[in-house]
Design a protein around this ligand. Structure first.
Ligand SMILES: Cc1cc2nc3c(=O)[nH]c(=O)nc-3n(C[C@H](O)[C@H](O)[C@H](O)COP(=O)(O)OP(=O)(O)OC[C@H]3O[C@@H](n4cnc5c(N)ncnc54)[C@H](O)[C@@H]3O)c2cc1C
Length: 505
């Protein structure tokens, strides 16, 4: 069977693997990237339904902390026409009202009994902080109560975060939040309540860019095109099925082996550990992963509708849902991001069902648009199971219950996919587990990096992931310390101006 030998092997062509490949190419390294998927993107990919609706893997918006990342994205999609710019408009559906995000600053909108509970809690929390300035909360739940009080914890933070993370906030740590999240100012909140004002925190210039064509996945396909195809190998047969750490060789599904000097893996670290042999300390690392690493799965349900969105949600980008009237924690009005996220108006489709599924479809013929779409995210874990048989209808029903669609909206396209590794949970045991696992692999020149490669949610967005890859390449090639992996707080707090020098090998 064929055998290849490289200096640097990269597993995965999601943002992390592409970051590593981009940097390795820039440095003229001898490398190859393999991905078992058919194309680049990983969790930042975009699917297209038979009816022509696009759906990302849940709401993806780029928040960049790095000029290097901006440069690469600009190189891949350089034209103004490649992007649409939107103002961030985001609300929480709470107690039947749309509360501008962030919730804690905008409680003037909620019923008076809840305002009263929230204000009581905010005052208690401010007093506690003043009396015990040196106490550091240990769990996310303690952090919430210390920052916002029991009222907002009960009304919003606990139920919402349970829906997102699929574990109670008492099971999560709070180091991942860093020092940067300020407690709400009780005086300001009370003033806002008395004057019936909302604070709307994004500010006047809070905008984001979204690719005009091909969704978020279009960005990563375009980035992949800036890497020579000679370095990239896609397809199931390129899936890595075993790693011999001492022999520095991986085996692919095709039977081929690749020998490497350094290996950057962006595969989930639990999978990497399960297929790695000949590693000192592997049993301890596996136990640490088993005991300390937690993740949740993400269901993405996409729904294409004929007609136009309800007037109430006009201009809204993404919405949060803490309550039990729907299974999803977030909904994105995906058709707002780009007209190309839905089929053109003249495209004809059949109605699959009405939004209110108890209503009959009266016209079964193929008819034109216009079209609009919603994309929903639902979390799943062993603590928060999801009924896979009913999830689609539960979601479509929830959309009506929450006012995201109307009962007589015509559903013309349905997408559903379950992503097993969706969110890397900042669990209580995570940091200790990572401290044990990563060095065991590093010691054998296996650098496990990325959203699930290094399992740090706080540096798990696209910009972070990409730079985890870039920095891993610099570490592999030159031993340069990795900032994003080791100092998430500094990265998330720093101004966006880091560029990299081009160094020849
Ligand atoms: C629901 C959701 C919402 C998100 N929202 C945002 C957002 O708003 N903004 C933002 O910036 N980011 C967001 N992200 C994060 C973004 O998707 C990640 O940053 C990014 O995809 C992680 O990149 P990665 O390369 O580390 O991992 P992945 O994207 O998971 O890529 C890993 C790659 O490894 C490949 N692979 C796996 N196993 C093997 C194997 N055995 N052999 C070969 N190849 C293999 C996979 O096919 C995949 O391509 C979100 C993610 C999710 C799930």
């Amino acid at each position: 069977m064929a055998s290849t030998s490289v200096d640097l092997l990269i597993a995965g062509a999601g943002p992390t693997g592409l970051g590593a490949a981009k940097r390795a190419q820039e440095q003229k390294a001898n490398f190859v990237l393999v991905d078992k998927a058919a194309e680049a993107g990983g969790l930042a990919s975009t699917a297209k339904t038979d009816q022509g609706f696009l759906f990302d893997v849940g709401g993806h918006v780029i928040f960049s902390h790095y000029a290097y990342f901006d440069d690469v994205i600009h190189e891949a999609l350089p034209n103004e026409s490649d992007w649409f710019t939107h103002e961030r408009v985001s609300y929480v559906k709470s107690r039947g009202k749309w509360v501008p995000y962030p919730y804690q600053n905008n409680i003037s909108v909620i019923p008076i009994e809840d305002q009263s509970k929230a204000i009581d809690g905010l005052i208690d929390a401010a007093v506690t902080r003043a009396q015990t300035p040196h106490i550091k909360p240990k769990t996310f739940d303690e952090w919430i109560v210390r920052q916002m009080g029991e009222g907002i914890a009960d009304i919003f933070m606990r139920p919402y975060n349970y829906k997102v993370w699929a574990v109670p906030t008492t099971h999560m740590q709070c180091n991942w939040l860093g020092e940067r999240v300020a407690a709400p100012n009780p005086k300001l909140v009370i003033q806002n309540v008395l004057h019936k004002r909302t604070a709307g925190n994004w500010g006047p210039n809070a905008t984001f860019k979204f690719p005009a064509r091909d969704g978020t996945g279009g960005i990563w396909k375009a980035v992949a095109k800036t890497v020579s195809p000679n370095y990239l190998r896609f397809g199931e047969e390129n899936g890595i099925i075993s790693i011999d750490a001492k022999g520095k060789t991986v085996s692919l599904k095709s039977g081929e082996t690749i020998k490497y000097k350094k290996f950057i893996s962006t595969m989930p670290i639990d999978y990497t550990l399960s297929i790695t042999k000949n590693v000192d300390g592997i049993d301890g690392a596996k136990k640490a992963a088993n005991d300390g690493l937690v993740y949740s799965s993400t269901h993405v349900v996409g729904v294409g509708y004929r007609g136009v969105p309800p007037p109430d949600i006009k201009g809204m980008c993404w919405l949060y849902f803490p309550e039990n009237d729907c299974p999803f924690y977030r909904c994105t009005v995906f058709s707002l991001y780009s007209p190309y996220n839905v089929p053109g108006e003249s495209h004809k489709t059949k109605t699959i069902q009405m939004s209110d599924n108890s209503k009959p479809v009266t016209d079964k013929s193929e008819r034109p648009g216009p079209y609009w779409s919603l994309m929903f995210e639902i979390s799943e874990s062993h603590m928060k199971p999801v009924n896979h048989d009913t999830i689609i209808q539960d979601t479509i029903k929830g959309a009506v219950a929450t006012g995201m669609s109307r009962g007589d909206d015509e559903v013309v396209s349905i997408y559903h996919e379950r992503f097993d590794h969706g969110y890397p949970t900042p669990s209580l045991g995570r940091d200790d587990a990572l401290k044990q696992i990563l060095p065991v692999l590093d010691h054998h020149d296996i650098l496990s990096r990325g959203r699930f490669g290094s399992w740090k949610y706080e540096v798990g967005n696209q910009d972070h992931s990409f730079m985890l890859g870039v920095e891993a390449a610099d570490y592999a090639l030159y031993g340069v310390p990795e900032m994003t992996l080791n100092y998430p707080d500094i990265i998330n707090g720093k101004p966006n101006k880091e560029r990299r020098l081009n160094r020849e090998m």
